[in-house]
Design a protein around this ligand. Structure first.
Ligand SMILES: [Mg+2]
Length: 345
């Protein structure tokens, strides 16, 4: 069902406290009038608009990086403080993949992580329980990371599997959680329809992530984004049990069940035996809108903290920030060195 609503826009105030004199709000409303989608109860609005306004040039006009950094300081600068608040608690690491461990690239099949990053993540997993939480299907993200000692939560957490040989942190048989299995035939069907529907849109890339489907806009000319959105919408209208969510130049189609990266984080903490523990300190690092579900859970639990990977100001529930995957690697390396120094002390 397509419907038109007024956007609930709240302009961001600038450093002087004035609302910015910009036509962004007007432009947003115009795009919204074209594109608001209500898909089976899950309200999906303004995602094309949001992709545009999340672009660095737009956001730079709305938020100064310096003031944003005051609220979301660099996790490298605040490293000692982070260690201080985690004192006496078990750190558990949660890492998004694309844009966090690997650079964002035009071709999603070539989002390789560096050997150095892989070595760092391996050392990290030796120090702390470590999970990769990705929108990609689990097998695909495993093929990028290639580390058997990690937990993997693919398809936005809808496909979770523990380390092949069992976990050194938890003495149980290999962990598996797939809360959306019944949706597999439907996801396959939607994938096929989307491939057919979008095949005339240059650059459109439909990725089957097993429990969800990604429609990549990265290689589509911005002037065709609305057309592609409408193609997706026309397929989705027949699937009220599926919903759309938005990532970085990507639309994600997934089952309407209440399961996301935040739920995956909670499930993994529980599986590791930290369901009601106050002695655990989950650290979640991610760059995407879908990672916000996990940042939000950490805030609600008042436990651990979220680190957003972004060079530019963004609205986020994360507490700290890192600019890019290279900084993520530095941060992880420092954690490893700190842990090793304590072990050797
Ligand atoms: Mg990402």
């Amino acid at each position: 069902m397509v419907r038109f609503i007024e956007e609930n826009t709240k302009p961001v105030k600038n450093e002087t406290g004035d609302e910015p004199k910009t036509d962004v709000t007007t432009a947003k409303k115009k795009v919204l009038q074209d594109l608001i989608i209500n898909n089976g109860g899950g309200l999906i609005n303004s995602w094309v608009d949001s992709m545009r306004t999340c672009s660095p040039t737009h956001l730079k006009s709305l938020m100064k990086r310096s003031s944003w950094l005051t609220e979301h300081p660099s996790a490298l600068d605040m490293f000692e403080e982070i260690l201080h608040v985690s004192e006496g608690k078990q750190i558990v690491m949660f890492l998004d993949y694309d844009g966090t461990l690997s650079p964002i690239v035009d071709d999603p099949d070539r989002a390789f992580m560096s050997k150095k990053m892989r070595r760092t993540v391996r050392k990290l997993a030796n120090c702390f329980p470590t999970a990769i939480v990705s929108g990609r299907c689990r097998e695909k993200v495993y093929n990028f990371v290639k580390l058997t000692e990690l937990y993997y939560a693919g398809s936005h957490g809808m496909d979770i599997k523990g380390p092949e040989q069992g976990s050194k942190y938890k003495d149980d048989k290999t962990l598996i959680c797939q809360p959306a299995t019944e949706f597999l035939p439907m996801i396959d069907e939607v994938y096929q329809k989307l491939v057919e529907k979008t095949n005339l849109t240059p650059g459109a890339n439909i990725e089957n992530n097993k429990f969800c489907v990604s429609v990549h806009f990265r290689r589509v000319d911005e002037k065709n984004w609305s057309d592609l959105a409408n193609q997706v919408r026309s397929v989705m209208k027949d699937y009220p049990k599926l919903r759309l969510t938005q990532g970085r130049k990507v639309l994600e189609i997934r089952p309407i069940i209440k399961w996301d990266k935040g739920k995956a984080l909670e499930f993994l903490l529980e599986s590791l035996g930290y369901a009601n523990s106050t002695d655990v300190f989950p650290l979640y690092i991610g760059d995407d809108r879908t990672d916000e579900d996990a940042f939000k859970i950490l805030r609600e639990r008042r436990q651990g903290l979220g680190i957003l990977v972004s060079k530019f100001p963004k609205e986020t529930n994360a507490s700290y920030s890192l600019e890019e995957p290279d900084e993520v690697m530095d941060f992880l390396q420092r954690l490893v060195e700190w842990k090793q120094s304590r072990a050797g002390a």
